[in-house]
Write a protein that binds this ligand. Sequence first.
Ligand SMILES: Cc1cc2nc3c(=O)[nH]c(=O)nc-3n(C[C@H](O)[C@H](O)[C@H](O)COP(=O)(O)O)c2cc1C
Length: 218
Amino acid sequence: MHTVIEPKILYFGTSVVLISTQNPDGTPNLAPMSSAWWLNRSCMLGLSDKSQTVQNLLRQGECVLNLPSVDLIPAIDRLTLLTGRNPVPTSKAERGYRHEADKFGIAKLTPAPSHAVAPPRVLECPVQLEAKLVRAHPFEAPSSLVALEVAIVRVHAETSILSPQGCSYIDPAKWKPMIMNFCEYFGLGDQLSQSRLAPVFGPAASSPAAFTPAATES
Ligand SMILES: Cc1cc2nc3c(=O)[nH]c(=O)nc-3n(C[C@H](O)[C@H](O)[C@H](O)COP(=O)(O)O)c2cc1C
């Protein structure tokens, strides 16, 4: 039996993304978000333009999408209800947000230089995606939301999550994404079955050439 409900949010479970951007003074900002979806080498980010992240992206055009694994939940917790905006927008202050200039420091995370963009990567995240802004799609007024289309220009992956069969493949069994499911954190369960859609190593493999490995790095 189904019933009609009026939920406040429709967060059915997506990966948490830790976005690093560059502030006007050259320092890095860091913000957790989870309204993100992926197509080929692009990502669409759903964000409020009240955030420092959106201000930085619209001005500077670059970011790193750092993907935390489940063991980084404490770091995400330390960043929760913080903003790089100063002064804090009224609507955020009313929800308990406060300004923090040193997001890396307070989160106890380590900035690592990126290759193709100015904002730094988050060393502790097993996946780090350097990206450039392609286009901003504002939601219908009076919403403060904006969908930001970014193109991934470089992919960094920790070697421990790679498949032994091919160094440019992330092994789904080794990757433990942090999932935000209706504002609560979850991990993924075990694999249930094999998909017939574009198996990476099978006969119906789609072109794997899209992701070329970068040189091994520390
Ligand atoms: C786990 C998590 C997921 C979040 N997802 C989003 C999101 O998808 N979109 C958004 O606008 N804010 C999201 N937020 C809130 C932002 O992190 C918040 O607006 C923050 O102030 C942004 O930081 P900034 O102002 O320094 O950019 C999320 C927060 C947490 C902790």
